[in-house]
Write a protein that binds this ligand. Structure first.
Ligand SMILES: Nc1nc2c(ncn2[C@@H]2O[C@H](COP(=O)(O)OP(=O)(O)OP(=O)(O)O)[C@@H](O)[C@H]2O)c(=O)[nH]1
Ligand SMILES: [Mg+2]
Ligand SMILES: [Zn+2]
Length: 305
């Protein structure tokens, strides 16, 4: 049998008990070398489930049938829980400006959730062909005040996309996440035309997406760069330990890191502490306070009074 010894691989897709694993050599992913693998039971113990984006050692490699067996999970750098993807370098929260209409509270929840992974977070706004220039400028200004400089996309215009593709290619592993129907897979199909993954128009009745993408899947951009498409969803609750929350708002962490403001107490939560020097005059401050309140009820041992 034509076989090779154990190899390093990258999990690019997962379904039932099977994984697609792409060969990694000299830290580079080989696009044409994809193996269908099962994993040894032992690898899955201790909650060490294997996710898309994980690096694994696989053996029993059959080069004729492109089969293998996952023997070992390599320690991961990070794990996003919803959707479950490992070793992400950049999160692109993706929303359409219309059809479905942008929901600012959802955008905020996605951004907070993404920032919690402590990777670079960016915002993509799709379907800009559906709104006026005035509304586009309004959105740009609004999100800049939140601390984000959104990529504005329009399916019939390639400037925005070309700039974005260049950026993706400079990143190790980018992930597109956001609600259903906002155009995540459309972006992927434009970048990798041979992909031709299924997209679907938004339901005319409920003005929402139809959950067209069902699986998390990692796509190859270059030997050092890949991108993940995910099924759309909405976020209801974000549960985060209250100590972390100030680090998830650019309006707050930029004041501390870039403007070097200092509060009297190092662990100031910027609510009503004496000597708090944070400028609280920003749009999402009420949202920040409500997250803090909710977080304290979820973590009652952390209650101060
Ligand atoms: N007008 C307009 N429509 C767009 C644009 N981008 C995507 N669409 C349309 O939006 C619909 C939904 O796109 P998809 O790419 O399937 O959305 P998705 O985010 O992958 O949705 P899920 O897989 O369900 O999460 C499709 O009919 C696309 O043609 C755009 O820039 N302008
Ligand atoms: Mg999709
Ligand atoms: Zn403070």
């Amino acid at each position: 049998m034509n076989s090779i010894n154990s190899q390093l691989g990258l999990v690019t897709k997962k379904f039932n008990e099977f994984f697609y694993v792409d060969l990694v050599e000299n830290k580079k992913v080989l696009k044409q070398q994809r193996f269908l693998c099962k994993s040894r039971k032992a690898v899955q113990y201790n909650n060490n489930f294997i996710f898309v984006g994980d690096q694994v050692i696989f053996t029993k490699i059959n080069l004729e049938k492109n089969l293998g067996v996952i023997e070992q999970l390599i320690k991961r750098k990070n794990l996003l829980y919803r959707p479950s993807v490992a070793n992400i370098s950049d999160i692109y929260v993706t929303f359409s400006v219309d059809e479905p209409q942008i929901n600012f509270s959802q955008v905020s929840k996605f951004l907070i959730n993404a920032e919690n992974l402590q990777v670079k977070v960016s915002l993509i706004l799709t379907k800009c062909d559906l709104i006026s220039k005035n509304y586009r400028d309004f959105l740009l200004e609004k999100f800049q005040k939140w601390g984000y400089y959104p990529h504005l996309l329009n399916i019939s215009e390639s400037n925005g996309l070309n700039k974005l593709v260049k950026e993706f290619r400079s990143k190790k592993c980018s992930i597109l996440m956001g609600p259903s129907g906002v155009g995540k897979t459309t972006i992927l199909n434009q970048i990798i035309p041979e992909l031709d993954n299924t997209t679907a128009s938004v339901s005319t009745k409920i003005k929402r997406g139809k959950n067209t993408t069902r699986n998390v899947e990692l796509f190859y951009l270059s030997p050092n760069s890949y991108i993940v498409d995910t099924p759309g969803f909405n976020l209801h609750e974000v549960e985060i330990d209250y100590c972390s929350i100030p680090n998830l708002f650019p309006e707050i962490y930029n004041q501390i890191n870039e403007m070097h403001i200092k509060c009297k107490f190092r662990d100031c939560l910027h609510i009503s502490e004496p000597g708090c020097n944070l400028d609280k005059n920003f749009e999402r401050y009420q949202f920040y306070k409500s997250l803090m309140e909710k977080s304290k009820t979820h973590f009652p041992q952390n209650q101060e009074d």
